[in-house]
Design a protein around this ligand. Structure first.
Ligand SMILES: Cc1ncc(COP(=O)(O)O)c(C=O)c1O
Length: 368
């Protein structure tokens, strides 16, 4: 199978699985237990916290493990209580649904529009004369187009009015250099399964002076911010995946950039093909394109029959038959948006796989 959907999820790295196994077998202690087995588990969780912190240049003490990016986003939004909330038009449902379904928590919810290139540019806050204390949620990189957002500028603008900024860095971490400190964000969400770690694990990073409220109550694990016995094996796997991502970042980035350049060169020989967000900084592994007159979901299923996995947008929107809200926010015409295919490369894809994908794609298009 040719797997080209790494923004949906990544295959766990074999080294990650190896690191996890002892914690599923003999090292099964509860990190809250005081005897040796418990202390070993506690120490493993703390090591993982250091490894995740190192990937995104944040203090380890300011990282809370969650069960994934979605929960991290929900936890981040708890700090927006009684504030005016701004969310960008290109956020993942893990942000938008959490915001909209709990709208009574905020004094108002406003949308930050995207431009036709897929960027959410600053300037908006000033135009809207923000009240002090507004809360902005803007993702670091978009899961569909890969467009990398000017989060540092937004963080500065938000801070200038005494507000808070959350960034969903689920897609950016491990693909491009990410520094929590340099971005100046107040809160950042991460997910393990997008960086070759296990599913069901993620983290929220927060600045010490931000008032984060727990979503669930119970024991005082994770400093009371995330009650419940820690998923030690998954946390260990996330930590290992973060360490590998940090050590191999330069190599992975260069490899994916070169693979994608080759892919785009070949794609551009297809008449009428449009690459979304092509002119702006993008994740090195992502290309989303549309081909006029083509049904994207049908093409996806035909590619699946040829053992090739791609996406038509975000995994959450896939299969719904709906137009991608991200492309809609960019003003892409419905007919073109319906033809969208997203290819997201991974560290282990090869040039041969790319060639095979393009040749199958062209053969399928010739039949349309
Ligand atoms: C940008 C973004 N945020 C959040 C999530 C959700 O993360 P998780 O699957 O770990 O809950 C995803 C997953 O697709 C994503 O792409």
């Amino acid at each position: 199978m040719i797997y080209l959907d790494h923004n949906a999820t990544t295959p766990p790295d074999e080294r990650v699985v190896e690191a996890m196994l002892p914690y599923l077998r003999q090292l099964y202690g509860n990190p809250s237990s005081l005897y040796r087995l418990g202390r070993i588990a506690r120490s493993a969780v703390d090591t993982a916290r250091e490894q995740v912190a190192a990937l995104i240049d944040a203090p380890a003490a300011q990282i809370v493990f969650t069960n994934g990016g979605t929960e991290a986003n929900a936890l981040a939004l708890s700090s927006a209580r009684n504030r005016r909330l701004w969310i960008s038009a290109i956020e993942h449902p893990a942000v938008t649904e959490n915001a909209v379904r709990q709208s009574e928590r905020y004094t108002a919810i406003n949308t930050l529009p995207a431009d036709t290139y897929g960027l959410v540019l600053p300037g908006m806050l000033a135009e809207q004369s923000p009240q002090a204390g507004d809360f902005v949620s803007l993702m670091l990189a978009n899961n569909e187009t890969g467009a990398v957002q000017p989060v540092a500028e937004w963080a500065a603008a938000t801070r200038a009015v005494g507000g808070l900024l959350h960034t969903d860095a689920v897609q950016a971490a491990g693909k491009i250099p990410v520094s929590f400190k340099q971005l100046g964000a107040d809160l950042m969400s991460l997910s393990s399964h997008k960086i070759y770690g296990p599913k069901g694990c993620g983290a929220l990073v927060w600045r010490a002076d931000v008032d984060v409220r727990p979503l669930i109550y119970g024991g005082d694990q994770e400093r009371g911010l995330r009650a419940g016995t820690e998923n030690v094996a998954a946390i260990v796997g996330f930590g290992k995946a973060a360490e590998l991502a940090r050590l191999e970042l330069d190599d992975r980035l260069a490899r994916m950039q070169s693979l994608r350049a080759g892919l785009e060169q070949q794609l551009k020989t297809i008449p009428g093909l449009v690459i979304f967000a092509e002119r702006v900084p993008r994740l090195p592994n992502t290309v989303q394109f549309g081909i006029p007159g083509v049904n994207g979901e049908m093409l996806l299923m035909q590619l699946d029959q040829k053992n090739i996995a791609v996406s038509s947008g975000s995994a959450c929107a896939a299969g719904s038959g709906q137009i991608s809200p991200v492309l809609a926010a960019m003003g892409v015409a419905d007919s073109l948006a319906k033809s969208a295919i997203r290819v997201s490369l991974g560290k282990d894809n090869t040039a041969r796989e790319i060639d095979e994908f393009v040749s199958v794609l062209k053969a399928l298009l010739a039949r349309v």
